[in-house]
Design a protein around this ligand. Structure first.
Ligand SMILES: Nc1ncnc2c1ncn2[C@@H]1O[C@H](COP(=O)(O)OP(=O)(O)OP(=O)(O)O)[C@@H](O)[C@H]1O
Length: 314
């Protein structure tokens, strides 16, 4: 059953250079307890999409449904309630955590604002959350700059799960961490998902991370979805030329399956006032005149959607 559904979601930014189509007509749903991995190059709109879904930014158009209710436009009380259900974990906990709050106060703050606990309950809950995310009690009075990156991210996670959210946008949560720490944080996120039935939108540019953690994957290119399907299907049977190029860039140690890296040439289109037609066409080795026509995401096989109009010919 879908926990979150977005339909034709758009987020445009008005800038002196024109209208930036950061997210342009994106539709997908995420079932309860599952993870949608959102991948694509820097600037394709991943973070904007995540932030728009959880209402950190107002959408320009489209519909956001949560637990079958339209939550696109909410009043103050509706937004407050949604904030408890939807949370975000940022890439860099160093800039997202208040440098003047100790780890204890960082975790306690959302609990206090929720008014769910008396002072004794508050302390017990803060201790439980620290244990849950694996921060040793000796760090409770430390400040964010006194912790290593992994513990800082654990504090960010504790804060995000403090009010028992149902849905979390994980915005590149391990990209800033050492590889050895990345695995620990990914395992923590997966353990929490299992224990609390959490649903994630996992934003990353790293396909090996997303393969490990996602149920489904959505590939974005310049504000639009170009392909989406279950994770295994995407890796076994990528259809869009852009997805194929992304997958070819993953380093592999398996020499039997060594593949040619597809190097994309050509200009990157601008997300400012984009022309109709496939936004990848300028870099696509298979582009033809028909690619200048407006593209639509079509279901090619069950649950596998792709926007390329030439997949039968390439
Ligand atoms: N507040 C803003 N005002 C104007 N343009 C913006 C704003 N926020 C984002 N953009 C633009 O929207 C587009 C998408 O940006 P976004 O940060 O969502 O991409 P991303 O895929 O998350 O990239 P990255 O991985 O680098 O964070 C970019 O062209 C960016 O410059």
């Amino acid at each position: 059953m879908p926990l979150l559904e977005i339909e034709h979601l758009k987020k445009y930014f008005s800038t002196p250079r024109g209208l930036v189509h950061a997210v342009d007509d994106v539709s997908f749903s995420i079932n309860k307890g599952e993870t949608m991995g959102l991948v694509g190059e820097s600037g394709c709109g991943k973070s904007t999409l995540g932030r728009t879904i959880i209402h950190l930014q107002e959408s320009t158009g489209g519909i956001i449904k949560f637990e079958d209710k339209d939550v696109t436009n909410l009043g103050k009380e509706g937004l407050r309630k949604l904030r408890e259900d939807m949370q975000i974990i940022f890439q860099d906990p160093y800039s997202s955590l208040n440098p003047r709050l100790t780890i204890h106060d960082t975790i306690v703050e959302p609990l206090m604002l929720s008014k769910r606990f008396d002072s004794k309950g508050l302390e017990a809950e803060a201790n439980r959350l620290m244990d849950l995310v694996g921060i040793e009690q000796r760090f409770r009075m430390s400040y964010p700059h006194e912790l290593d990156g992994g513990r800082r991210q654990r504090a960010g996670i504790a804060r995000a799960i403090a009010l028992n959210p149902k849905f979390i946008v994980c915005d590149e949560p391990v990209s800033a961490l050492d590889v050895s720490i990345q695995a620990q944080i990914l395992n923590l996120l997966m353990d929490l998902q299992e224990e609390y039935g959490l649903t994630y939108l996992f934003v990353t540019h790293d396909l090996s991370v997303v393969r490990h953690i996602s149920t489904n994957i959505c590939v974005m290119y310049l504000g639009q979805m170009v392909e989406t399907c279950p994770t295994k299907e995407l890796f076994d049977n990528p259809l869009h030329p852009y997805t194929k190029a992304l997958l070819s860039a993953i380093p592999t140690v398996d020499i039997r399956h060594k593949q040619e890296r597809i190097i994309l040439k050509g200009e990157i289109n601008s997300p400012i006032n984009p022309k109709p037609g496939c936004r990848f066409a300028l870099r696509c080795p298979y582009a033809e005149a028909q690619c200048n026509e407006p593209v639509v995401l079509r279901e090619i096989s069950e649950g596998h959607f792709c926007s390329c109009c030439r997949i039968n010919e390439i």
